[in-house]
Design a binder for this molecule. Structure first.
Ligand code: MRU
Length: 350
C-alpha cells in the first residue's frame, strides 16, 4: 500500500536486516524499525513493533532467515530447530507464526536454498492472499453498506492489502459508497490508531467508535455487515481474534447482522479441533492501566488512566464460536465455518 506516494509492505528484508513499519509509533509517526538479527526480530514481535497474524508470520520466517545467515556451518537444521523455539516463544495465539517457522524448518531439511526461498515466499503469499480475500469479500459488500470492524486486520497486519480491510478497500476501489465503523479496540487501540490511519490514507469514510458502542449501532440499524480478521481458526471454525470480537459476534447474531471472518488459509490450525484448545495470550496489565498519546504541544506521553493501586487483567484474544460466524472469507473463496468445509478448503488449490 502507498504511504506518502511510495509503495510499502508492513515488513520486508534488506540484506540481512528485517525492516518493518513501527506500528507502536503510528499514527503519530511513520518510521521504519530495523532488526539486525534474530534476537532483535523476536523483541520486535513480542513488543508488537510488528503485529497482526500475517505480519507476525512473515517476521517469523525472516527471523529464521537471519538464523540461517548467522552461521557458516552445514547443520542448519539444528540451528533452525533452536531458532524456531526462540521465535515461537514470542507470542502464543496467532498460528501464522508457527506455520511460518515450521515451513522454513521443513524446507531446510531439503536444502538451505529451499529454506531461503520458502522464507521469502511466505511474505509474498501473505500479500497475494490479502488481495484475493479482498476480491472475494467485495462480492458480499453492497453499495451503501455501513461496515463495522474490530482491531486492525489491514495491510499493517497482513504484510499487504489486509484480511478484514481488504474487502473494504476492494469495495471502495470498485466505486461503492461505504462507511466504516471502527471499533477503538482497547487496550492497545489498534482500531483507533492503526485501522483509522489506514482508512484515512485510502480515503475510506469512517468513524472511530468506543468499544462498548457496537451493540448500540447494531440495535439502531446502522450496521449492515461486520467483518473481523483472525489469529487462529480451529478445525471446527471457532476463531480466535482480538479481545472484544466475541461480544460483537453475539450482538451481531442477536440483531441478524452478517458476521464474517476474513483470513488466509495459513491462519487455519487443523490440528486444533476447537477454540477451547487455542492458547490465549495474557499481556502486561500496564496496557490497561496506562495510555499513551500525543499532547497538544506535540509531545508523546504515557500516563496512568486507572485508579492508583488497582491491578488489571489483560487477555489479548477471545474465541468466537463457529455458530456465531456467517462465513469465512479466504484466498480460495468463502466457506462455512465447519470442519468439512475447512478440510476441503485446505485441500483446494487457489
Ligand atoms: O495483538 P495483535 O494486534 O497482533 O492482534 C492481532 C490482530 O490485529 C487481530 O486480532 C486481527 O483482527 C487479526 S490479525 C490479521
Amino acid at each position: 500500500m502507498k504511504v506518502n506516494g511510495k509503495n510499502y509492505r508492513a515488513i520486508w528484508m534488506e540484506g540481512e536486516k528485517v525492516c518493518m513499519i513501527d506500528q507502536n509509533k503510528l499514527p503519530f509517526k511513520f518510521s521504519i524499525h530495523y532488526c539486525n538479527n534474530i534476537d532483535e526480530t523476536c523483541i520486535a514481535i513480542k513488543t508488537m513493533i510488528t503485529r497482526g497474524a500475517g505480519s507476525i508470520g512473515a517476521a517469523g520466517a525472516y527471523a529464521m532467515l537471519q538464523a540461517i545467515y548467522s552461521v557458516d556451518g552445514l547443520d542448519i537444521v539444528h540451528i533452525l530447530e533452536k531458532a524456531k523455539k526462540q521465535i515461537d516463544s514470542t507470542r502464543p495465539t496467532a498460528v501464522n507464526l508457527f506455520y511460518a517457522t515450521n515451513r522454513v524448518l521443513e524446507a531446510a531439511k531439503i536444502s538451505k536454498e529451499f529454506a531461503i526461498n520458502e522464507a521469502f515466499a511466505i511474505a509474498d503469499e501473505c500479500a497475494l492472499h490479502g488481495k484475493l480475500i479482498g476480491q472475494y469479500g467485495n462480492t458480499l459488500i453492497e453499495d451503501g453498506y455501513c461496515v463495522e470492524t474490530h482491531c486492525n486486520a489491514g495491510w499493517l497486519a497482513l504484510v499487504d492489502y489486509g484480511s478484514a480491510l481488504a474487502p473494504i478497500y476492494a469495495a471502495k476501489n470498485s466505486g461503492k459508497n461505504i462507511f466504516v465503523y471502527v471499533d477503538e479496540t482497547r487496550p492497545r487501540s489498534q482500531g483507533a490508531r492503526l485501522t483509522a490511519w489506514e482508512l484515512a490514507r485510502e480515503n475510506v469514510p469512517h468513524a472511530i467508535i468506543p468499544d462498548n458502542a457496537g451493540a448500540h449501532y447494531m440495535a439502531s440499524g446502522k450496521i449492515n455487515f461486520f467483518i473481523a480478521g483472525a489469529d487462529r481458526i480451529a478445525a471446527n471454525g471457532d476463531t480466535a481474534n482480538k479481545i472484544g470480537t466475541l461480544e460483537k459476534a453475539i450482538a451481531a447474531k442477536y440483531y441478524g447482522i452478517p458476521f464474517y471472518i476474513a483470513a488466509p488459509s495459513s491462519t487455519i490450525d487443523i490440528k486444533t479441533s476447537s477454540g477451547k484448545s487455542i492458547p490465549i495470550e495474557e499481556r502486561n496489565s500496564d496496557e490497561v492501566l496506562f495510555y499513551s498519546g500525543k499532547l497538544k504541544n506535540g509531545k508523546i506521553e504515557k500516563m496512568r488512566i486507572a485508579n492508583p493501586g488497582s491491578g488489571a487483567l489483560n487477555p489479548a484474544f477471545d474465541i468466537t464460536p463457529a455458530s456465531l460466524i456467517t462465513g469465512i472469507i479466504t484466498e480460495k473463496g468463502i466457506i462455512q465455518p465447519n470442519v468439512e468445509a475447512i478440510k476441503k478448503l485446505l485441500d483446494d488449490e487457489i
